[in-house]
Design a protein around this ligand. Structure first.
Ligand SMILES: *Cc1c(COP(=O)(O)O)cnc(C)c1O
Length: 402
């Protein structure tokens, strides 16, 4: 089967994922360039008016306008689709554009969305504020409580939405159980797979219908460009996603797609390197801070589930300093190598204070219900030398009086 990139999936599908990350979806122009070409063009031209007509009819293959498809973007979409085991990918300008598309493409007034309450802050805004404004009902439940999910299902439930591990608390949600629950009730399961990355967790293999990413995080992973992608079946794309995508204009820029294509070549190396470091940092912090969370720590509550659906524990370490906001701020201000930022999944280690930044838009009681306390630190472990990182964190804990 040929796809938009003209590459042959019957071959690329058989490749190991590592080979796919480096090569899948690449197409060469007549110049035989080694690296993928960057097609910075808004529109395309046609040899004749008849060719233009045929392309618009769908009788002839080819590109028409980069709001719909673009060769560089198509290469990135094809590579991501293969990695995820999806038929189709649609790359978007930001991660939030992908999350919004994964919901808005098919929902209509009168539908109901059931979601985990521990979500990226802007995803909670979509569910709590925006969708209800359009007559779409939403309910959030404790993502770790399968009974709560079951009880939350209504006759009009169309989508179950979750992220796992959840941002920033690292709660693990059982993807397979949710996929079964969704399908028994005629709904679809959408998974925001940002924290786990396609290297560590493949929700579609566990039954998810739609997987969405912020490619801003590990996929670019070098702090350069915003982006997102929605991955789904051919049927969902044809029935819902493509029309939404082309008519609402959430496309990714060819430049960002090119950056992300190059980034995918090293994604696995970077994620595994970050996991190695995260395991060391988690262990060192756990010796000092009682509430330290990482799936590989012996006290991690959902370790069995994390191991069942993730290849490794991931790149994030979360811990709660008992002295609250003041201690958290002193700790962060004392870091010498690690940056203070709200990004994550970067090759540079980053410390975030979710209470005052990423989750500030949530009401205080909602933050507390989610376990986002004033002392909570989210630590995205990068690719620096592990001993340097551990030393930096230890001296900052000393200064904060932990
Ligand atoms: C960052 C993030 C998003 C949003 O992505 P942007 O690229 O910032 O728009 C969505 N979900 C999760 C889990 C994220 O970490």
């Amino acid at each position: 089967m040929k796809n938009r990139t003209g590459t042959d999936r019957s071959k690329t599908k058989k490749w190991d994922r590592q080979t796919q990350m480096v090569r899948a979806g690449s197409m060469r122009s007549d110049f035989g360039e080694m690296s993928e070409a960057m097609f910075m063009t808004s529109a395309f031209t046609y040899e004749t008016a008849e060719v233009a007509e045929a392309r618009f009819d769908g009788r002839a293959e080819g590109f028409t306008y980069s709001r719909q498809t673009n060769p560089t973007v198509a290469m990135f979409e094809e590579r991501m689709a293969l990695l995820e085991g999806a038929d189709v990918g649609r790359a978007t300008g930001t991660g939030m554009a992908a999350m919004t598309a994964s919901l808005m493409a098919s929902l209509r007034a009168g539908d109901h969305v059931l979601a985990a309450r521990a979500l990226f802050g802007s995803c909670r805004w979509l569910l709590d504020t925006y969708l209800p404004r359009l007559g779409i009902e939403t309910t959030v439940v404790d993502g770790t409580d399968l009974e709560a999910w079951k009880a939350g299902i209504k006759p009009n439930t169309k989508i179950l939405f979750t992220e796992t591990p959840a941002n920033p608390t690292l709660e693990i949600v059982d993807i397979r159980a949710l996929a079964d629950l969704a399908h028994e009730n005629g709904a679809l399961l959408v998974v925001d797979n940002v924290f786990a990355t396609p290297v560590l967790q493949r929700p579609m293999e566990l039954g998810a219908d739609i997987v969405a990413y912020s490619t801003t995080k590990h996929i670019d992973g070098q702090g350069r460009c915003l982006g997102g992608i929605v991955l789904c079946s051919k049927e969902f794309d044809e029935e819902h996603l493509y029309a939404y995508y082309r008519h609402t204009g959430c496309a990714m820029s060819p430049f960002n797609a090119w950056v992300n294509l190059k980034s995918l070549e090293t994604l696995s190396l970077r994620v595994h390197g970050m996991c190695d470091n995260a395991e060391k940092v988690a262990k060192a912090v756990a010796d000092r801070v009682v509430d330290t969370r990482h799936p590989d720590l012996p006290n991690f509550k959902q370790q069995n589930l994390a191991r069942a659906q993730m290849d490794r524990g991931g790149t994030m370490v979360v811990f709660e300093l008992p002295g609250g906001r003041d201690q958290a701020f002193t700790f962060m201000n004392s870091l010498e190598i690690v940056d203070i930022s709200n990004n994550l999944g970067d090759s540079r280690s980053i410390a975030t204070h979710p209470w005052s930044t990423t989750h500030k838009a949530l009401a205080e009681e909602d933050r507390l219900e989610l376990g986002i306390t004033p002392g909570l630190i989210r630590f995205s472990v990068g690719l620096e030398n592990a001993d340097d990182l551990v030393q930096d964190v230890m001296q900052a804990l000393d200064k904060a009086g932990v």
